[in-house]
Design a binder for this molecule. Structure first.
Ligand code: ASP
Length: 410
């Protein structure tokens, strides 16, 4: 947290000296390094942790944990979407005058923006492949990175097969277990570096932000609405679910998650945060490895409460600035669309904004207005990623609690 706070402080204090883009790039370098190291760890970590976790799980337990996990994901994502919709209807962020929020230069940029966003979209999770066309591993920060969903699917299948194949394959199971232990050791070292990385990442980000004076009233209201929704979901809904199921103090639990939460805020990526989340949940909080290894990698890719909430508000905001009214039926459909779109977004920076294209198209809204969302996405992305990661962690403890409870009753 100190890294984040000091980084933001440094960023603001350097703003008045007008650093060139190159200088800002140099300043951000130690932060980029953290992003790259984390992303480097994601690939071996997912493979080893999912395979090791599932190969020691019996099939019945897998079914039960899987069912609970997916029910949790669906319910919380839906609640998040509902919170976003209710707030957007109540606060009406798009009803401030349209001229104030959309300048002509915004409009001129819009077409270009949509093109680049669509470009990105092709390489997102649905179409991305593990390796780039030239055979090298895709670099971090680029959207055509690792196809985590494909990797997860393979690892789950491979782990389950290993669990069915008796003693003969024990060496292979041990291999993945040892690989996982070694990677976790590496993660431990990276954790010591993370405050330094976060410090420079945040300082660089603050320097890159355009002046807040340029943001129109509508966009400011929209930002406030999303931030309020994320706060409600993170500080009320998720803690309440945690408390109802486990009967433990949710805020104490959240306090012990500060490391992954600040990393999520600093990196804007659930996937890049995954090594730290896994480490914290397994080593610091002693969560059941069978649950963490199954749920956290899947959660980082598919369970995105923050993204669902953000997409719901953003869609209604765009509808409001275009004077389009949504009736109850359309709002219900919208909540389903954002639930699906958030599940489809990868755990990488700004993925939620890119999948907004799908939401806008499905809801019949103008896609060029996405340029308005882009202005403030640097901060909303950080906030929603933090909520996404918190949702994943609460999910693990809820499912673990229910699982252990069930086992004891049987
Ligand atoms: N950046 C978010 C994440 O990694 C996804 C999003 O853009 O909503 O969780």
């Amino acid at each position: 947290m100190a890294g984040v706070a000091l980084g933001i402080g440094l960023g603001f204090s350097l703003r008045h000296i007008n650093m060139s883009a190159k200088d800002v790039q140099y300043l951000t370098f130690p932060g980029e390094l953290l992003m790259r190291v984390l992303q480097m760890l994601v690939l071996p970590l997912i493979i080893s942790s999912v395979i090791a976790g599932l190969s020691s799980l019996d099939k019945k337990a897998f079914g039960k944990i899987g069912l609970k996990a997916f029910s949790y994901y669906m319910v919380t994502t839906f609640i998040a979407a509902f919170t976003g919709i209710s707030l957007a209807v109540l606060m009406q962020p798009g009803k401030s005058s349209r001229t104030a929020s959309v300048s002509s230069s915004d409009k001129a940029e819009a077409v270009q923006t949509v093109d680049s966003v669509l470009d990105k979209h092709d390489s997102l999770k649905f179409g991305g492949s593990l390796f780039q066309k030239d055979g090298t591993l895709a670099g971090p920060g680029t959207t055509d990175g690792v196809n985590i969903l494909g990797l997860l699917f393979f690892s789950v299948a491979f782990g389950l097969i290993l669990s069915c194949m008796g003693n003969e394959l024990k060496p292979l199971r041990d291999f993945f277990d040892c690989l996982n232990k070694a990677i976790m050791r590496l993660v431990n070292i990276v954790i010591w570096y993370s405050p330094v990385g976060l410090f420079f990442l945040l300082a660089g980000q603050i320097l890159k932000v355009t002046d807040s004076g340029e943001i129109g009233r509508g966009v400011a209201m929209y930002t406030l609405t999303v931030a309020t929704g994320l706060l409600i979901h993170s500080l009320f809904t998720l803690p309440l679910i945690y408390f109802i199921v486990t009967r433990k103090n949710p805020f104490k639990f959240m306090l012990s998650l500060l490391q992954p939460l600040t990393t999520a805020f600093g990196t804007s990526s659930s996937s890049a945060t995954l090594p730290i989340t896994l480490y914290c949940m397994e080593e610091n909080l002693n969560m059941d490895k069978q649950v963490t290894r199954f749920m956290l990698p899947i959660g980082a890719t598919m369970n995105m409460d923050g993204a669902a909430l953000y997409e719901a508000v953003a869609a209604l905001f765009i509808a409001q600035i275009n004077n389009m009214e949504f009736n109850l039926g359309q709002i219900m459909v919208l909540s389903l669309i954002v639930t699906v779109a958030s599940t489809g977004a990868a755990g990488i920076p700004q993925a939620g904004m890119v999948s907004m294209i799908l939401v806008l198209e499905s809801a019949g809204l103008p896609t060029e207005d996405i340029s308005l969302l882009m202005i403030v996405d640097w901060i909303l992305d950080r906030l929603r990623t933090t909520t996404n990661v918190l949702g994943d962690c609460v999910g693990v403890s809820v499912v673990q609690h229910l699982h252990v409870h069930n086992e004891l009753q049987m």
